[in-house]
Design a binder for this molecule. Sequence first.
Ligand SMILES: [Zn+2]
Length: 398
Amino acid sequence: MDSSVYVFVEDLRGEGVERVLDRITGYGAAGVTVGAVHHGSRDVTPHGLSRLTLRHDGAHFVPPGDLFSGLRLAPVPGHLDAFDGLREACAKRGLKLHGWTVFLRNLTLGTRHPDVTVRDCFGDRGSLTDLCPAHPDVREYAVALARSVARLGVDSVVAESLHFRPLRAERSFVPLGPMDNYLFGLCFCDYCMRRATDLGVNAEVAREECARIVGGVFDGDPAAQGEVTRAALTAYAGPDVVAYARARSETVTTLVSEVASAVAGEGSKLVFIDYTGSVKGYRDGLPTPGLAAHDAWQLGVDLVALGDLVPAFGVLAYARDAARVADDVGAYLRSVGKDREVRAILRPGYPDSDSTDRLVAKARGAKAAGAFAVDFYAYGLVPHPVLDRIPSALGEAT
Ligand SMILES: [Zn+2]
């Protein structure tokens, strides 16, 4: 069974490439998935050079000039030498190297170019972290970024945030329900509205409905109860809003298709990760009931359509329960096609796995459900004794 461990460039800089790769080889993993483009974050890193690691938005390589000349958006420079010699160091150990790429989550670019970020139903741009996948400049940037990472000689380009993102306010003392939050998170920028209109959707009515409903909660209406489903959303917000939400998948499918072709053209392959599994289980490993594959449409991700365009998928199996991991992998395979490569991404410790046995059970469940690979997230975030569970998980899964 294929496998990899997710690694941040800060891990490699802190502990040293040789030492980190030796450890990962010792776990029995088949490869490493290294963050080539990442977003800003402040993380507890239990065995890092610094125990609290501040990451900045950044691309950790020198972008090829030919790819970005004439483009408005260019990668934010990170640790430019992070990939120097890395491919050779992996090859020496027989490790595959995958390039983990965060596409549309970038506060630095959004702050410099607010017009390429999402715009809510009230006309506000309050999520400068989220670049809109419908904006032509963003789409050009995404394709060039994918080509750049592929040119590092990676076995695959692992795409994160190559779709719409959910709204995550840091503070809200308004009890917005999941459906209110969803409506508030929909993008109504000019490009999104135009695309929906082209598909026969009444975009302006959809926008007005969203503003009316969310505005009502701000004025004291009771928030909607229950999870977001197509049926519940139709009952709550009406058919125009549901049609608008569904039209977003055309924006994402065409973008992912362009990116997948670009990556293939550079001799690598795309692994597409949708964020839905994280929305559901990131906080505590207790995902909300609907399976990730069934709710991915909410972020504009049409897995059935993407199954024809993308060779491989990563499932964020952030769950404590091994049966849930298996169910998520199985549902993914049914959506994208049984011949597609589906990789289950597991967290070996807190908050998903409290023991080696539990991690082993999840790796086994993923394999039984048809997963091609298990990946472990992430080297620098997890204490060494927890990372030491990986060999058992891989031993059981092979
Ligand atoms: Zn938009």
